[in-house]
Design a protein around this ligand. Structure first.
Ligand SMILES: [Mg+2]
Length: 167
């Protein structure tokens, strides 16, 4: 019997932090688009946004020691500031959900937040972690919308719903 990964679907980071705090998640994998950058935004915006996100995580969910910003895109993202060196990793061409090398050695439990069950969600499932499916309220290019539609068929097989952060 396959173990399904706990999943919440929400457009609120407060829900993310309820989940990461309840489970004392130690690693958080963050999908860059759209959590940090909108699809159309330039790479140069990334460091300040990422740092603000790290600061928010530190305030709201201090159990998290490692943060991985992971994008399957070919963006060239500038590094984040030195004060986060060693805690924060930025990975592009991340190969979600297939590649595990950039997350394999990181402390568990792991939570993954992202908009795509087929990439972010399956990665969470492979890591035995939890998945916050980010519900994006703004405009989206056609390819993430198509990905979302396609994932609806298999998502119930690998995720089980959580209405709260625990369970
Ligand atoms: Mg995404």
């Amino acid at each position: 019997m396959m173990v399904r990964a706990p999943r919440i679907r929400s457009d609120s980071l407060a829900d993310l932090f309820v989940m990461t705090s309840a489970t004392r998640s130690r690693t958080l994998v963050v999908d860059v688009e759209p959590l940090i950058l909108d699809w159309s935004e330039p790479d140069a915006v990334f460091p300040s946004r990422a740092m603000a996100f790290v600061d928010l995580v530190d305030t709201e969910s201090p159990s998290i020691h490692r943060i991985v910003f992971a994008s399957n895109s070919h963006r060239i993202l500038p590094p984040v500031a030195d004060r986060h060196a060693g805690r924060v990793t930025v990975v592009t061409k991340a190969g979600k959900p297939w590649r595990l090398d950039h997350v394999a050695g990181l402390p568990r439990p792991v939570t993954v937040i992202g908009d795509q069950p087929g990439t972010d969600g399956v990665l969470a499932w492979r890591l035995g972690g939890r998945f916050h499916q980010w519900v994006h309220r703004g405009a989206q290019p056609w390819w993430p919308r198509l990905q979302l539609l396609l994932s609806a068929a298999f998502a119930p097989l690998i995720f089980r719903p959580l209405t709260r952060g625990v369970g």
